[in-house]
Design a protein around this ligand. Sequence first.
Ligand code: KIV
Length: 263
Amino acid sequence: MKTVTLSTLQACKRAGETFSCLTAYDATFARAASDAGIEVLLVGDSLGMVLQGHDSTLPVTLDDICYHTRCVARGKGTSLLMVDLPFMSNASQERLLLDAGELMRAGAELVKVEGEAWMADGIRELTRRGVPVCAHLGLTPQSVYQFGGYKVQGREAERAEQIVADARTLVDAGASVILLECVPASLGRAVREAVSVPVIGIGAGPDVDGQILVMHDVLGVTHGRTPRFVKNFLAEASDIPGAFRRYHEDVKARRFPAEEHCF
Ligand code: KIV
């Protein structure tokens, strides 16, 4: 398999092909996901919930993320490695740049940052320094207390238009990828059509360029309430590598997400 780069994702978008992404937190699962063909691995700050047992992503530190990034980097195979900037990395421009630098030194090839149009300056400074950025919009889990819970975003026309406008602004500032979480499928499609860069969705419907899920959800070990957009692929496979292959193949063939996984 050829090494996946940002150009690979761009080529998928141009050709109208989808690509699959999965969170990974260690070398062994990263290798299995990469061997299954999954194009992008994310060291997500969801590790605060699925590995550390917190209720949110807020307690995750830069050191936590760097540790798991180094682990995943050793097993990532040909997949592209995206890594989350933790809560408050965007507290100042200087902190953003220094934290992103630490992630890149640990092995990140693309950093993901939560925020809306106000993140444009930060994204401009990162890309100017050679750090490719994925801008995370919609339900941004680091703002869970502001949202009052993990709620679908962009159901109202005004908020939906705002999310499309924010995506355009962040791409103009240099974002190489947009990630959209928990929005109506119609908004997923609108964002994909509005920007020239690949759009990855989680609970954003089928009409985006790539799909991402949290690894634990794919393996059916979700703790607590299972979100609507999640599917247990291990239920249809005989082992974990088989579940990863099934997820990848279903995304590529646009069998996932199905109607029942969408808002
Ligand atoms: O941290 C994470 O796992 C994420 C995904 C939900 C996209 O940001």
